[in-house]
Design a protein around this ligand. Structure first.
Ligand code: NAD
Length: 248
C-alpha cells in the first residue's frame, strides 16, 4: 500500500511509533524514525533491520520543540531518502497530575511536545512537499481523550484537542496543495507502559471496552497505513478513533 513512499515518523523508536515504522516498511515505504536521543533512534533502526533486512531505514534525533531544528532535520531526512511523501507526528507524552499539583513547567512541557512539536512537524513537512511540487500526507497521533477529556491530568486531553484543531484547520489550508492532513485517536494501547500494569489494573480497564480487549500498537499502525496510502485519497481533516468503542 505504500510502495516507494518516503516517510518521517517522530517518536518512532518504541510503542505505537515503532509499530507504524514496521507496518510502513512491510507496505514498501522508506522510513526515517526520529527518537528523543540518537542512541534510541539507532537501536530502533537496528531492530527494524533485524526484522526487515531489505528495509531502507534511517534514525535521527532533534529537538522537536524547536522549529528551526525540525526544519533542518526533516530536510536532511528528505535528502537521505530522496524526498518525503508522508509525515507522522507521533511523539508525545501524557500526564495525570491533578489540577492543583500542576506547575507552570508541567503545563509547558506537555504543550511544547504534544502541540508545538506537532505544529513544527506539519510546517516543516508541508514546506518540503510544497517545494517538491507534489502532495503528500500528514498524520498525527491524537487520543480518545480528545473527545471525552480525562478525570486528572487536564494538560494531556487539552493538547490532543489542539491536535484535532490543527489537523482540521490544516486539512482545509493544505488541500489545494494536495496535502491531506488527518489524525488517529487511539484508545488505551498496549505499549510498554500499559503492558507493565498488573493484571488487577488491566481487567477493570478491559471491562470498559466493548470490543473486550486493549488495543495493540499494530491496530493503531494500520490506521496510519490507510491514511498514508492512496486508499484514503478522499479523506482529509478526519480524526479516526481506534479505541474498541471505549467511552471513558
Ligand atoms: P511511548 O512512550 O512508548 O513512545 C513515545 C515516543 O515518543 C518514543 O519514541 C519517544 O522517543 C518519543 N518521545 C517522547 N518524548 C520525546 C521528546 N521530548 N522528544 C522527542 N521524542 C520524544 O508512547 P506511546 O504510547 O507509543 O505513545 C505514542 C503516541 O500515542 C503519543 O502521542 C501518545 O499521546 C499517543 N497515545 C498513546 C496511547 C496509549 O495508550 N499508549 C493512547 C492514545 C494516544
Amino acid at each position: 500500500m505504500l510502495e516507494g513512499k518516503k516517510a518521517i515518523i517522530t517518536g518512532g523508536t518504541r510503542g505505537i511509533g515503532y509499530a507504524i515504522a514496521a507496518r510502513f516498511i512491510e507496505e514498501g515505504a522508506v522510513v526515517t524514525v526520529f527518537g528523543s536521543r540518537q542512541e534510541t533512534a539507532d537501536k530502533a533502526v537496528e531492530q527494524l533491520l533485524a526484522t526487515y533486512p531489505e528495509a531502507k531505514v534511517w534514525g535521527r534525533t532533534c529537538d522537536l520543540t524547536d522549529l528551526d531544528a525540525v526544519t533542518e532535520a526533516f530536510r536532511a531526512a528528505a535528502e537521505d531518502m530522496g524526498g518525503v511523501d508522508t509525515i507522522v507526528n507521533n511523539a508525545g507524552i501524557s500526564q495525570s497530575t491533578p489540577l492543583l499539583d500542576y506547575t507552570a513547567d508541567d503545563w509547558k512541557k506537555i504543550m511544547d511536545l504534544n502541540v508545538t512539536a506537532v505544529f513544527n512537524g506539519c510546517r516543516a513537512g508541508a514546506q518540503l512537499m510544497i517545494e517538491a511540487g507534489h502532495g503528500g500526507t500528514i498524520t498525527t497521533t491524537s487520543s480518545m481523550v480528545s473527545k471525552y477529556g480525562q478525570p486528572s491530568g487536564c494538560g494531556y486531553p487539552t493538547s490532543k484537542y489542539a491536535v484535532n484543531g490543527l489537523t482540521q484547520s490544516l486539512s482545509r489550508e493544505l488541500a489545494p496543495k494536495g496535502i491531506r492532513v488527518n489524525a488517529v485517536a487511539p484508545g488505551i494501547t498496549k505499549t510498554d507502559m500499559v503492558a507493565a500494569l498488573p493484571e488487577k489494573m488491566i481487567q477493570p480497564l478491559i471491562a470498559t471496552i466493548p470490543l473486550g480487549r486493549i488495543g495493540e500498537p499494530e491496530d493503531v499502525a494500520n490506521a496510519f497505513v490507510y491514511l498514508a496510502s492512496e486508499m484514503s485519497s478522499y479523506v482529509t481533516g478526519a480524526v479516526i478513533p481506534v479505541d474498541g468503542a471505549a467511552r471513558s
